[in-house]
Design a protein around this ligand. Structure first.
Ligand code: FAD
Length: 282
């Protein structure tokens, strides 16, 4: 049956369910599948309205937060390097605990960090800052992942020994634009020339470049989030049929549930597979 309207309300009826539009049109149904998606990219249709519909039948909603989303970082480096891309390794760090890890492209932006590496560690950070209100969230970035810290330290020490200027120390290791901020890295490393041996200064600078810490203040919003983290609590849904444990005949499919996959097609695969299973209603 094609109703062709946005479901504004769903109530229990003698035959199962009565689904109503905002204008008051109703459709009677023996079973209902809630498949209205999450809250990401509202311009594409999903707006989180199904959470309220699930809530009518007693379902608990894990607070939705944007995921696969760029990170808000207040670091002058992001502004100085804005538009610059770099292949990195990244790991989220929340209250001292390492979380999601990613390898990929980091894109410096005026507001902070984007690119696949930032998106791939964003879920744990978004949950920490947007849902749990944690302040101690950061991303640790290995800016030179193709060299061990030991080899990098030796190379940097050699360059210092040979009298390379601070801005040239990253030549050939990092994109040219990094010359702007190499002196800042040296400062962060406490590697002032003349105050320590070149060996020690090289080791300190390598440590900063291999584990650059960016404190995360927040994330960009729903209009830039590929996924939604959160939704209808999956523990309240029968795993074999995706029927509600709380209301017979009510089913769920796709991103409306608190089920997440990483980038790479896992969320679409889940939406299609769960829609198929939920559609096998008795
Ligand atoms: C920019 C972007 C890039 C993405 N890239 C990837 C990727 O590379 N790989 C991947 O796996 N996933 C990706 N995703 C995520 C993926 O698209 C979603 O996980 C998937 O589409 C979810 O499917 P769904 O059917 O649950 O919800 P949706 O696709 O959001 O569809 C929900 C539909 O329900 C309708 N609806 C909502 N509320 C109501 C209501 N009350 N009544 C009637 N209809 C309603 C909406 O209009 C919408 O048409 C991306 C998402 C975005 C936004």
């Amino acid at each position: 049956m094609k109703a062709d309207f946005e479901a504004a309300d769903i109530t229990a009826s003698s035959g199962g369910f009565s689904v109503a539009s905002a204008a008051g049109r109703t459709v009677e149904a023996r079973a209902v599948i809630l498949a209205g998606g999450g809250k990401s990219y509202p311009a594409l249709g999903a707006n989180g309205s199904c959470y309220a519909l699930a809530g009518r039948f007693g379902h608990h909603i894990v607070p939705p937060v944007p995921s696969a989303v760029p990170l808000l970082v207040k670091d002058p480096m992001c502004q100085a390097l804005q538009g610059q891309k770099l292949m990195v390794r990244a790991v989220s760090l929340i209250a001292g605990q390492a979380g999601q890890k990613a390898e990929g492209e980091l894109l410096f932006a005026q507001y902070g960090l984007s690119g696949t590496a930032a998106l791939d560690v964003s879920e744990s950070l978004s949950i920490a800052v947007n849902r749990d209100g944690k302040k101690d969230a950061s991303v640790i970035v290995d800016l030179i992942p193709f060299m061990s810290e030991e080899d990098l330290a030796a190379e940097l020490s050699r360059r210092m020994e040979a009298g390379w200027s601070a801005k040239d120390l990253g030549a050939g290791l990092l994109p040219e634009k990094f010359a702007l901020i190499m002196p800042q890295f040296l400062g962060d490393a406490g590697a002032s020339a003349g105050k320590m041996s070149h060996g020690e200064a090289g080791r300190r600078l390598a440590a900063v470049l291999k584990s650059k810490k960016f404190a995360v203040q927040g994330t960009r919003g729903w209009n830039e989030a590929e996924f939604t983290s959160g939704g209808v609590d999956a523990r309240e849904v029968k795993p074999r049929t995706l029927e509600s444990k709380l209301r017979r005949g009510l089913y769920f499919a796709g991103e409306v549930l608190d089920v997440q996959g990483g980038r790479g097609g896992h969320n679409l695969a889940w939406a299609w597979a769960s829609g198929f299973v939920a559609g096998l209603t008795e």
